[in-house]
Design a protein around this ligand. Structure first.
Ligand SMILES: Cc1cc2nc3c(=O)[nH]c(=O)nc-3n(C[C@H](O)[C@H](O)[C@H](O)COP(=O)(O)O)c2cc1C
Length: 201
């Protein structure tokens, strides 16, 4: 599907048909996430793939958005804090792969501009930013498969952590129910294009 069409047709879908999603398609969605860019190529995004109806029901009890239980798959989208300690290795791989060959860039300056000393909330923000890109890759790829999804930010992270037995090094970013849409909503309101530009200099 044309990218412009995918971007234009995507909606947050809150009503799903019961049809299950083939495993091959689930893997394609995960692969779309895998291909996302990330700071220093840390690739911190991780997922718990929830297909079990009983676990979906348990997740439904963690959010006011009860509709998630009717999606055949809920991706619990996370980021692994431990990925931050792999920075040197990941940057080494980039160097090895030639990412900076013949590029006007001073790698010795990265300590000045890099996020080397982050407090806990800065770490969460940084990881969430990276995970968000991967998650939106999945969201758009899902449209390509005729699937719908909805970002869920309103949920009790402690409860989800407990239900899925997720360790404390994993930051839970969002829930993403995915399924075949049982609704075709019109485009939701957006601010006009000129509101996006603060200034052009
Ligand atoms: C970070 C984030 C968190 C969101 N959290 C929720 C949520 O908890 N429940 C919900 O129903 N929709 C949620 N949404 C969906 C938004 O309400 C939706 O994207 C917005 O209203 C625009 O509609 P559209 O996605 O159909 O264009 C969230 C979206 C984002 C990006």
């Amino acid at each position: 599907m044309e990218l412009t069409h995918v971007i234009g047709e995507r909606r947050s879908i809150r009503k799903f048909r019961e049809d299950s999603i083939p495993d091959k398609t689930i893997n394609e969605l995960l692969n779309a996430a895998r291909l996302a860019p990330s700071g220093s190529n840390l690739q911190p995004t991780r997922f718990v793939v929830v297909k079990s109806p009983s676990v979906r029901a348990e997740l439904g009890a963690c959010t006011p958005c009860k509709f998630i239980t009717r999606a055949p798959v809920i991706f619990v989208c996370c980021a692994d804090r431990r990925s931050l300690s792999t920075r040197d290795k990941r940057v080494g791989e980039l160097v090895e792969a030639g990412a900076f060959n013949d590029i006007d860039m001073d790698p010795t300056d990265s300590k000045t501009y890099g996020n080397t000393q982050m407090n806990d909330s800065a770490v969460r923000a940084y990881l969430s930013m990276n995970a968000a890109i991967a998650i939106e890759h999945m969201v758009l790829r899902a449209v390509d498969f005729g699937l719908g999804s909805c970002w869920i930010g309103m949920f009790d992270r402690k409860k989800v952590r407990q239900i899925l037995d997720i360790d404390n090094d994993i930051h839970i970013v969002t829930l993403l129910p995915v399924g075949y849409p049982d609704q075709s909503p019109p485009q939701r309101p957006r601010v006009p294009l000129d509101r996006l530009v603060l200034k052009t200099v």
